[in-house]
Design a binder for this molecule. Structure first.
Ligand code: GLN
Length: 536
């Protein structure tokens, strides 16, 4: 087994996840079998209970695990489905060790960070690596070197390096090379200090991924090599790219994979990237549409990471670029003017009452103005509430998540959620079968009667309203395999609208975009063109 460990230095937010994912994509495109795991040094057991405002989107895997959004990047770049074990947190590690101690499995010893916690970290890493015949395993360590939280993980990785056969672990370190002054001089001191911090804990990096505005000059690279003992061909210049999908090429050109493969003494194929056309469309789209993303965490765009990515996938496959207009749903409560210039509307998932009325206003605007609309999870529920209020005339229709006393609970708690008290890991989670009804818009989009999509919700369409909805033109064209849970909504009088209870953004991939995101974009383009023709 070969490991590439990626740590980060200087500051957070340098794009370690993108670099790790890009490396995964490159290794795979060289014919190697690769997987990736993410270490998150926080005490939460998983990302499920974390506020997207602080931490970005909670990503959901097939197995129902709620994980860090970087796992989404790995899946998109490596093209394989990962499992919850690919995300190691301090919470998972400590929980296991404390439970073992309570069972008396440590036979009376004093339980300590070294060796008990570090052993548990290594056990978890090896548990993932033993699951497949991987040539290379990428391990990304969250946080910045020097953080107290990440110390036990770095110590465990130092030990891993000693325990594995010589030459089977490579340490890569992501740093920042700022440019200062009128001459845009590239400064290497932060990198020097960061490598020093890493060496203090016994780790000598083999590769440096230097993030910078412009490519590093040879002089800068030589200077870094001199101070860090990293060979010149191990110093990669990762300058800003317009989007993450263009980063692998940038790294490939610098021979980073050759360097890694050389160190590991692995044979591999020539670089053969199947993203050719895809990247071309991303670089030179032939059309552009403007789509409103109406949410309540819009100040932090990472909270909607997988939607942004899904739109890029659509662009890469259709050549239609999406300019996202980020709209805080509260801004729509008084007036929907901000929607006047958009060609489509996306209302994504969410929790809690704040921002709901603005989302309902967006769904109403879409329905009444025939604007292409996609609702996902909460966005699906919102479209149903809007229809109940303004078409069926149930003025107080609501979800019991927001109004437990409503006379018209059109969205209600899933029966199995009654009595659930714990918040973590208790929703309806992960990949589930969805049956798509024939002769519907949904069927024309999916072209099949059975799909699998990922879920994350506690509430659902109240089955007792389904007949009334159907009579008024709101049709549920997708259900779960028992036919009792509504999964897809479409509107008889408005072919431009569709909504799903599942999160199709989580399974969207570069060469296989989310079909309903693609539908939204194609409809948005059509809508834009029709509006232009009408105006001409
Ligand atoms: N809050 C809603 C529910 O729990 C929607 C969840 C979501 O959008 N992910 O059902």
């Amino acid at each position: 087994m070969h490991y590439v460990v990626i740590t980060g230095g200087v500051i957070s937010g340098l794009g370690k996840g993108t670099i790790t994912s890009s490396l995964g994509h490159l290794l795979k495109s060289h014919g190697l079998s690769v997987t990736a795991l993410k270490i998150d040094p926080y005490l939460n057991y998983d990302a499920g209970t974390m506020n997207p405002y602080q931490h970005g989107e909670v990503f959901v895997l097939d197995d129902g695990s709620e994980v860090d959004l970087d796992l989404g990047n790995y899946e998109r770049f490596i093209g394989s489905d990962l499992a919850g074990d690919n995300n190691i947190t301090t919470g998972k590690v400590y929980k296991e060790v404390i439970e073992k101690e309570r069972r008396g499995e440590y036979l009376g010893s004093t339980v300590q960070i070294i060796p008990h916690i570090t052993n548990e970290i290594k056990r978890r890493i090896r548990m993932v690596t033993s699951k497949g015949a991987y040539d290379v395993v990428l391990i990304e360590v969250g946080g910045t070197v020097g953080d107290i939280e990440s110390m036990p993980f770095l110590e465990a990785l130092r030990q891993l390096n000693r325990e594995e056969p010589p030459g089977s672990v490579i340490f890569g370190h992501v740093t920042l090379v700022p440019e200062i002054g009128a001459m845009n001089e590239q400064k290497t001191k932060p990198t020097q200090h960061s490598v020093k911090a890493l060496r203090e804990i016994g780790i000598q990096p083999d590769i440096l991924f230097c993030r910078s505005k412009d490519p590093l000059s040879l002089e800068t690279r030589k200077r870094i090599a001199l101070f860090t003992d990293v060979p010149l061909d191990g110093i990669a210049s990762v300058s800003d790219a317009p989007n993450a999908y263009l980063v692998p090429d940038l790294m490939e050109k610098q021979g980073i994979v050759d360097f890694i493969i050389g160190r590991f003494k692995l044979g591999c194929k020539e670089y053969n990237d199947d993203w050719g056309n895809y990247k071309e469309n991303l670089k030179n789209p032939r059309e552009r549409v403007k789509i409103a993303l109406v949410g309540k965490y819009t100040e932090l765009q990472d909270a909607y990471m997988s939607h942004k990515e899904a739109f890029l996938h659509v662009t890469g496959n259709t050549g239609i670029a999406v300019d996202i207009k980020w709209i805080n749903s509260d801004d729509l409560k008084a007036s929907t003017d901000r929607l006047d210039d958009v060609h489509g509307i996306l209302v994504p998932g969410g929790f809690g009452y704040r921002g709901i009325e603005g989302k309902i206003a967006a769904a109403r605007y879409a329905r009444e103005h025939n604007i292409p609309f996609l609702g996902i999870c909460l966005g699906f529920q919102v479209a149903v509430i809007e229809f109940a209020r303004n078409v069926l005339g149930f003025q107080d229709a609501n979800s019991t998540e927001f109004d437990s006393k409503t006379q018209h609970p059109v969205i209600d708690l899933l029966p199995e959620q009654n009595g659930v008290k714990d918040m973590g890991g208790t929703m309806r989670l992960g990949s589930k079968k969805v049956l798509v009804k024939p002769d519907t818009l949904a069927f024309s989009i999916y072209q099949k009667g059975e799909i699998y999509e990922r879920h994350r919700h506690r509430y659902e369409v109240n089955p007792s309203y389904i007949d009334q909805f159907a009579k008024a033109g709101l049709i549920f064209s997708g259900t779960d395999d028992e036919g009792i849970r509504m999964e897809i909504a479409e509107f008889r009088d408005n072919e431009n609208m569709i909504a799903s209870q599942y999160h199709s953004e989580f399974k969207s991939r570069p060469l296989n975009p989310s079909k309903i995101h693609q539908h939204l974009v194609l409809r948005a383009l059509q809508h834009m063109q029709e509006a232009m023709e009408a105006a001409a």
